[in-house]
Unconditional design. Structure first.
Ligand code: HEM
Length: 407
């Protein structure tokens, strides 16, 4: 079953703008009628039910990450990068993950809370003042998205004066990752080259004068008795920027959008901030920043009576799995900020489970605590919003805010 150029509503076609705007009817059709879907051009398979995706991502003996995470044949070659942690299988993956985990200890993550809160405060002061003066505020560009960029700069220990350089690099990397194959990749490649030059210098400096930051930790770390090379460390920086930035910003933006779609739920959350940590998982379940990533079969795999041969790309449709009624019940499409969610796939599962999930949740928790305390009627103007076009992630380019002028 192959999707065509004008496949129409409810048909799975990851390249189609209408599908990207509202993929959920197509996901439902896949789950119900075609749970082991075969796509012809480009050739790949897609799993859409929760249990199938859950089991597949937890089975590295059959599903490998080493051929990349998209259905593009050579995505990493396009960037001239060595494979990063997210594109490795055990045992090398296990050893690298152990190293990077040193930068994400609960203590280190928790210690960032006061700085993140101060940053969020400052952004809200500015947004509120602009809204009160009758100016437009872009919730995504001016609030949600700067938070993770600030956090990454903190994590890397960038000098304050250099942070202005960092923003455009992060945007370029994000553009490449989110379909940059057709989005000005050359400009983005220049920005990446510039960023790598800057980081190479930083790594040299941290080797000589290590501090407490993540780059210093990595310069001191050893793998199989050897220090990590500059190239290894650059790969880590790349994966953190590409994986930890827009994902987190979009979680915050989608959360505001979802709360604006059901004001009773927004009132519940504004009245009880203890609900916020659970609500974040609910936002991610309904509107996941990562909608799907691929694995490659290492052996023939049989699911629901259909055999996927060895060497095939298989999309793990996290965005569909997270709305599966078989897992979340008949109201799986509804927002319930108090929902119990024993397991979900917003951060994947298994060996590649998101290593930054605590940090992402910390940022989003602070964002919602502060936002709802100050602007309990915060919302978004979808009529003027612009969605990001991507076959793999779900997010925003622009998302105008409402309700910021009523403090
Ligand atoms: C809401 C925000 C986030 C979402 C939705 C998210 C989602 C994900 C997902 C789905 C994966 C698994 C990829 C796969 O299937 O192969 C992943 C892995 C990863 N994420 Fe996140 N992520 C978020 C935030 C972050 C942050 C803040 C960081 C770090 C600053 C981060 C760093 C990583 C890394 C390093 C991996 C690779 C782990 C490995 O391969 O072992 N992520 N993330």
């Amino acid at each position: 079953m192959t999707a065509t150029a004008d496949a129409g509503p409810g048909v799975y076609d990851p390249f189609d703008e209408a599908f990207q705007a509202d993929p959920y009817p197509a996901y439902r059709a896949l789950r119900d009628d075609d749970p082991v879907h075969r796509h012809d051009d480009p050739p790949f398979w897609a799993l859409s039910r929760f249990e199938d995706v859950w089991c597949a991502v937890r089975d590295n003996s059959a599903f490998s990450s080493e051929q990349g995470l998209t259905f593009h044949p050579d995505e990493i070659g396009t960037l001239d990068l060595a494979p990063t942690i997210v594109m490795l299988d055990p045992p090398r993956h296990t050893r690298l993950r152990g190293l990077i985990a040193k930068g994400f200890t609960p203590h280190r993550v928790k210690s960032m809370e006061p700085d993140i809160r101060a940053f969020v405060h400052a952004r809200l002061d500015e947004a509120g003042a602009r809204a009160a003066a009758g100016e437009d505020v872009d919730l995504h560009r001016e609030f949600s998205s700067p938070i993770p960029t600030f956090v990454l700069a903190e994590l890397f220990g960038l000098p304050d004066g250099d942070r202005g350089l960092f923003d455009p690099w992060v945007r370029a990397l994000t553009a490449i990752q989110d379909g940059g194959f057709d989005l000005g990749v050359l400009d983005a490649k220049d920005a990446v080259a510039e960023m790598f030059g800057y980081f190479s210098e930083l790594i040299r400096e941290r080797r000589a004068h290590p501090g407490e930051d993540m780059i210093s930790v990595l310069t001191q770390a050893e793998l199989d008795g050897e220090r990590l090379t500059d190239w290894d460390i650059l790969g880590f920086c790349f994966v953190l920027v590409a994986g930890g930035n827009d994902t987190t910003g979009n979680l915050i933006s989608h959360g505001v959008m979802l709360l604006d779609s059901d004001h009773r739920q927004r009132e519940l959350l504004a009245a009880d901030k203890d609900l916020i940590p659970g609500a974040l998982l609910e936002f991610l379940r309904l509107e996941g920043s990562v909608q799907g990533l691929a694995r490659t079969t290492l052996q023939p795999v049989r699911i629901h009576g259909i055999e996927i041969p060895e060497g095939q790309k298989v999309m793990m449709l996290y965005g569909s799995a997270n709305r599966d009624e078989r897992e979340f019940g008949p109201d799986a499409d509804a927002l319930d900020v108090a929902r119990r969610i024993p397991r979900h796939l917003g951060f994947s599962s298994g060996v590649h489970f998101c290593i930054g999930s605590h940090l992402a949740r910390l940022q989003a928790r602070i964002a919602f605590e502060e936002l709802l305390a100050r602007y309990p009627d915060v919302g978004v103007d979808l009529s003027r919003a612009e969605r990001l076009r991507s076959a793999f992630t779900r997010g925003w380019v622009h998302l105008p805010a409402t309700g910021l002028d009523a403090s």
